[in-house]
Design a protein around this ligand. Structure first.
Ligand code: RIB
Ligand code: CA
Length: 307
């Protein structure tokens, strides 16, 4: 069955990899992109999302979302990881399209309400838009089919700090609201994304399989690989955001454990996600294991199927 998916994103290099993967997978119908600050400023993210829609022939709307977190000041964008414009060393793209007039939260609420139970929201940036959507229309907790997030970590510590994963770190209050809402949430965190590694040779293959899309991914990946190498990870880069899209459509590649989660809101552990046994908040389905070869093979195969 085809999965109807809205991707909430801060594109971003691995975001672009995830969106291109989703566009290539015949079992996924991308029905919209919503943008959020994070890897880049939200205006840059919206522009990059519009470029991806045009390059990938996605034919779906882009709705711009939050420019800043719910309660804390905006962190500087992660230009050292994703490049000054979000696509590594490439210059700013110049898409011809425009974002729709609805905000990301409005688009999420309306689309889920018009397709009750059918839409998977795959959130691969800070969770601010999802929190705004819950505030705008709490009923979205019942109309959204499933929420799959790339973010957090249950047992392996953080990446942006020793304790926190970047997407949760950038807006811990939003993450806490998303985890507290009564909707089905799957957390694809560092516990599994650190096991899925793509090498420079893999990106060469993507370019050979699909010169346009794979070539673009190859071009942006070199900056990302350089960042990983600069922090001692010379083997390759993690497929964080593609893992969440794949988990949304192919959950059998992942082992999960249901647990309540708490989020540290401030201090040096800001953004840390912690299992909270006995807490009264809803259970989150936390990915604790992954068939990394299966996920990687699926990622590669999607590009191979492109013309
Ligand atoms: O921690 C990985 C996440 O942070 C990914 O979503 C990546 O795009 C960055 O934003
Ligand atoms: Ca992201």
């Amino acid at each position: 069955m085809t999965v109807k998916m809205i991707i909430d994103t801060d594109p971003g290099i691995d975001d672009a990899m995830a969106i291109a993967y989703a566009a290539a997978d015949p079992n996924i119908e991308v029905i919209g992109l919503t943008t959020v600050f994070g890897n880049v400023y939200v205006e840059q993210g919206t522009r990059n999302a519009l470029h991806l829609v045009e390059m990938l022939d996605l034919n779906c709307p882009v709705a711009e979302g939050a420019a800043k977190p719910l309660e804390i000041p905006l962190d500087p964008p992660s230009h050292q990881v994703h490049g000054a414009e979000g696509f590594g060393g490439l210059p700013a793209p110049t898409p011809s399209g425009k974002a729709i007039s609805e905000s990301a939260a409005e688009f999420l609420c309306r689309t889920c309400s018009e397709n009750p139970g059918e839409v998977v929201i795959c959130a691969i940036g800070p969770l601010t838009n999802l929190a705004h959507a819950l505030r705008l229309d709490p009923h979205i907790a019942h109309t959204a089919g499933k929420v799959v997030i790339m973010g957090g970590s249950a047992e392996v510590g953080g990446n942006i700090t020793q304790f926190a994963e970047a997407n949760i770190f950038h807006d811990p209050h939003a993450a806490a609201e998303v985890f507290a809402a009564d909707w089905p949430v799957v957390m694809v965190g560092l516990d599994v994304t650190h096991d899925i590694i793509c090498t420079s040779q893999d990106f060469d293959k993507l370019k050979a399989y699909a010169p346009k899309t794979g070539g673009f991914i190859k071009a942006i990946s070199s900056f990302y690989l350089d960042f990983y190498a600069s922090v001692g990870l010379t083997e390759g880069c993690h497929l964080h955001d593609p893992a969440a899209v794949i988990a949304a459509a192919y959950p059998h590649h992942f082992q999960t454990r249901d647990m309540p989660l708490s989020v540290i809101l401030d201090g040096e552990r800001r953004g840390e996600t912690q299992p909270a046994p006995g807490a009264s908040t809803p259970l989150v389905s936390v990915c604790t294991g992954v068939d990394d070869d299966g996920v990687k093979a699926r990622f590669m195969a999607a590009y191979r199927a492109l013309s």
